[in-house]
Design a protein around this ligand. Sequence first.
Ligand code: FE
Ligand code: FE
Ligand code: ZN
Length: 283
Amino acid sequence: MYLGCHLSSANGYLAMGQKALELGADTFQYFTRNPRGGSVKPLDLKDLSDLVDFLTKHRFGPIVAHAPYTINPSSVVEKTRNFAKLALTEDLERLQRFPGALYNLHPGSHVGLGASEAIDNTANLLNEILTPETKTPVLLETMAGKGSEIGRDFGELALLISKIKLNDQIGVCLDSCHVHDGGYDIKDRLDQVLETFDREIGLNRLKAVHINDSLNPQASHKDRHAKIGQGHIGLEAIAKLVWHPKLQNLPFILETPNELDGYKLEIETLRSLEPKKKKGSKK
Ligand code: FE
Ligand code: FE
Ligand code: ZN
C-alpha cells in the first residue's frame, strides 16, 4: 500500500518528493497546472528528472498528476472542449517524461446536455488525444454526481471506457467521498462495492484511490470532503479500504481539508491501522 496526500507544486517537482518523504508518504498527487485551469509553467526538465531519481531511490509508488478540475471535456460548447483538449494534450506530452505517473481527470459535466451525449463528447475528445505512443495511464475519477457530473456511478464510467478506442491506457481513480456521496455503501459494505466495481468496470482498471471522509450522508451527491474520522464514512471504514488485500499495490491519496501537519497525522494513523494478520507482506 502506497500512501500520500495532495501537495502544492508551487516549489517545483523535487520539492514535492522531499515534502512527501518528510510527511511519511510514499506517493503524492499534484495539480498539473493551476486547478482553475490556467496556462502551465515552463517545464524544468532537470527538476523533473531529479524528482524521478528521488522517487526511485526512496521506493515511491505511482504518482497522481491531477488535471485541473475546471476543464470540461464533455461540454457542448466547442471552445470549452477545445480548451480541455489543449490542456490534456499538453499535460500528457509532459507526463511522457515522468515514468510512473498516472494522469487523473474528472470525466466532465453535461450542463443540461444529458449524460449520454456528454459521455460521447468526452470519449470523442480522448479518442482524438490518445495515441498508441501515450505511455501515461489516463484515470477517470468516480464522481459524486453533484450537479450534472458524469461518471456518477460505475455504469457511466464503464460506458465511457467502452467508447474509448485505445482503452488499454484507461484506468479509474476511486474517490471514497465521491462513491459514498454517489450512493455506494463503502462504510458497511466495502466488499460488495468492490465486487460491483469489478463486475461493471473491472478491478484491473482501478489504478488509484482518493481517500476522503465525507461531510454528508451516503447518496447525498454533494462532494464535500472531511478529515479522516470526522465525516460519515469514519476512520474504521477508511482504514479497511486502504488495507484491503485486493488493493495493496495502489497509491492512496488524501485530499482531506488539511495543512501538512494534518496530512502527516492522517498518514501515521492509517499506517498504524494495518490489520495484524497481514503483517510482513507490505507492498
Ligand atoms: Fe479529483
Ligand atoms: Fe478526488
Ligand atoms: Zn471531491
